[in-house]
Design a protein around this ligand. Structure first.
Ligand code: PLP
Length: 425
C-alpha cells in the first residue's frame, strides 16, 4: 500500500529513483532514500516539510552546520570571478592562500600541499608519493604498505587494498591489487613486537605505514591512544620507512584538537585531509608532504615529478569554501564547542551501557558510538526518522558525529532518540 508520505513525495523523487544509483545500498530491498529539500544548521529539511536533527553531519563533514553564511557568501563571491581554472601551469589565489594557511596550521614541516577532490584520492596520492619517494631516492622495491585492522581509507582500487579485509565491504575485490600488509595496531608489548618483526623482515618492500590517527572511523569508530602513534613514529624511524596519517575523518577538530596527530605530538611524513576541509560544502582534499618527502621530488630530472593531476584539483570554489572554513575555526570557539559536545555525549550516552545488547559506549571529541551485539539497520533507521532525527548506523555501530555548532537541545534530542530507540529493540 502506498503510504500518505510516499504519495506526498515529489515527482523528481520517483523519477530520479529510476535512474540514480545510490551508494552502499541494495536498492531493491533498501527503504527508499528520504527526499531532502534543504539543509539548515544542524537540520535536514525533508520535502514534506519535516525537519530532522542531523547526527551524521553528512559523513562528518559539516562541522560548522549546514549553509554557514560565511562559507556560502565566500563561495558566491568566488563563483562570480572564477568558478574553475585548472592548476596545470596555472595557480590561483584561493589555492595559494589555502596551501599557505594549511602549512601554517599543520605541525612540524608538513608544508607542501597537493590538492585533489576526495578523501580516497588524497590517500591514493599519499601512496603514490611514498612509492615514488623511494624510487627518487634510488631505493628499489619499496611498493607495499602496512595498514591496520579496523582501518578504512576509501573505496578506490588502491585504497580498498589498505582497508581491513575482514570488514567485508570490499570482499569481492580482494586480489585486484597486490596484497597489502594488514597488521594489528601496536597497542601492547605483543603487538609492538610483532610489528617490529614484520618491519624488520620486510623492510625492503615497505614504502610506508598508513594509519588513521586516534580514531578508525568508518571501520567501526574504534579508538586508540596517543602512545600508539608515538610507537608507530618510533618504529617507522627505526626501520627507515615513511609514516602516513590519514586525517580525512579526524582533521579539523573532530577529536578535540585541530588535527589528531597533535594529541600525540607526532608529525607524520605525509598527511591526508578532506571532508571538513571545506566545512563540508564542496569536494576538496589535500595530501600534505613534509620537507623530506618533497625534497625527493625537487630535482633536475623530469622523471622525478609527481605524475598526478585530477582535472578539478584545487577548484577555486572549493578552496574559497576551505579558506572561509578556516576563518571560522580562527574566529569562533570550535574546539571549545567540541569539548562541550564530548562532555554532553559522555553524560547522555552513558545510560545506553545498561541496555540489552549494548557491548560498548565510547566517546572521543565530537564522536559518540554505541556498539551493539547485533543490529537490524533498516528497522533502526526508520525508528530514528520517526523520532525526528537522522542517525545512520553501520556494521554494529550507532554513532553521532554532529556539527560542532549543534545546540545543546538538538544534541539532547539525538542522544535521547538513541536511548529510546535502543531501549525498544
Ligand atoms: N579516509 C578516511 C579516514 C575516511 O574516513 C574516508 C571516508 O570516510 C576516506 C578516506 C575516503 O574519503 P572519500 O569518501 O572522500 O573518498
Amino acid at each position: 500500500a502506498v503510504t500518505e508520505r510516499e504519495q506526498s513525495a515529489p515527482d523528481w523523487h520517483a523519477d530520479g529513483l529510476a535512474h540514480v544509483w545510490l551508494p552502499y545500498a541494495q536498492m531493491k530491498t533498501a527503504p527508499a532514500p528520504l527526499p531532502v529539500a534543504a539543509t539548515r544548521g544542524s537540520r535536514i529539511v525533508l520535502a514534506d516539510g519535516r525537519e530532522l536533527v542531523d547526527g551524521v553531519a553528512s559523513w562528518w563533514t559539516a562541522c560548522h552546520g549546514y549553509n554557514h553564511p560565511h562559507i556560502t557568501s565566500a563561495v558566491a563571491r568566488q563563483l562570480a570571478t572564477m568558478p574553475h581554472v585548472m592548476l596545470g601551469g596555472l595557480l590561483h589565489e584561493p589555492a595559494a592562500l589555502l596551501a599557505t594557511r594549511l602549512a601554517a596550521l599543520l605541525p612540524g614541516d608538513l608544508d607542501r600541499v597537493f590538492f585533489t577532490d576526495s578523501g580516497s584520492v588524497a590517500v591514493e596520492v599519499a601512496m603514490k608519493m611514498a612509492v615514488q619517494y623511494w624510487i627518487n631516492t634510488g631505493v628499489c622495491g619499496r611498493k607495499r604498505f602496512v595498514a591496520f585492522r579496523g582501518g578504512y581509507h576509501g573505496d578506490t582500487t588502491g585504497t580498498m587494498a589498505v582497508c581491513d579485509p575482514n570488514e567485508g565491504m570490499h570482499r569481492l575485490f580482494h586480489g585486484l591489487l597486490p596484497e597489502q600488509i594488514i597488521a594489528d595496531l601496536p597497542r601492547d608489548e605483543e603487538t609492538v613486537a610483532a610489528l617490529d618483526r614484520l618491519l624488520a623482515e620486510r623492510a625492503d618492500e615497505i614504502a610506508g605505514i598508513l594509519v588513521e590517527p586516534l580514531v578508525q572511523g568508518a571501520g567501526g569508530m574504534l579508538f586508540h591512544d596517543a602512545a600508539v602513534l608515538q610507537r608507530l613514529r618510533a618504529l617507522a624511524d627505526k626501520h627507515g620507512t615513511l609514516l602516513i596519517f590519514d586525517e580525512v575523518f579526524t582533521g579539523f577538530g573532530r577529536t578535540g584538537t585541530m588535527f589528531a596527530c597533535e594529541q600525540a605530538g607526532v608529525v607524520p611524513d605525509i598527511l591526508t585531509l578532506s571532508k571538513a576541509l571545506t566545512g563540508g560544502t564542496m569536494p576538496l582534499a589535500a595530501t600534505v608532504a613534509s620537507k623530506r618527502v618533497f625534497e625527493a621530488f625537487w630535482s633536475d630530472d623530469p622523471m622525478h615529478a609527481l605524475m598526478h593531476g585530477p582535472t578539478f584539483m584545487g577548484n577555486p570554489l572549493a578552496c574559497a569554501a576551505a579558506n572561509a572554513s578556516l576563518d571560522l575555526f580562527a574566529r569562533e570557539p570550535r574546539l571549545a564547542q567540541v569539548a562541550a559536545i564530548e562532555a554532553q555525549l559522555t553524560e547522555q550516552l552513558a545510560p545506553c551501557r545498561d541496555l540489552p545488547g549494548v557491548v560498548d559506549v565510547r566517546v572521543r571529541g565530537a564522536i559518540g558510538a554505541v556498539e551493539l551485539d547485533a543490529i537490524d539497520i533498516p528497522a533502526l533507521k526508520a525508528h530514528f526518522v520517526e523520532a525526528g532525527v537522522y542517525v545512520r548506523p553501520f556494521g554494529r555501530i550507532v554513532y553521532l558525529t554532529p556539527a560542532f555548532t549543534i545546540g545543546e537541545a538538538d544534541l539532547a534530542r539525538l542522544t535521547g532518540a538513541i536511548f529510546r530507540v535502543l531501549s525498544s529493540r
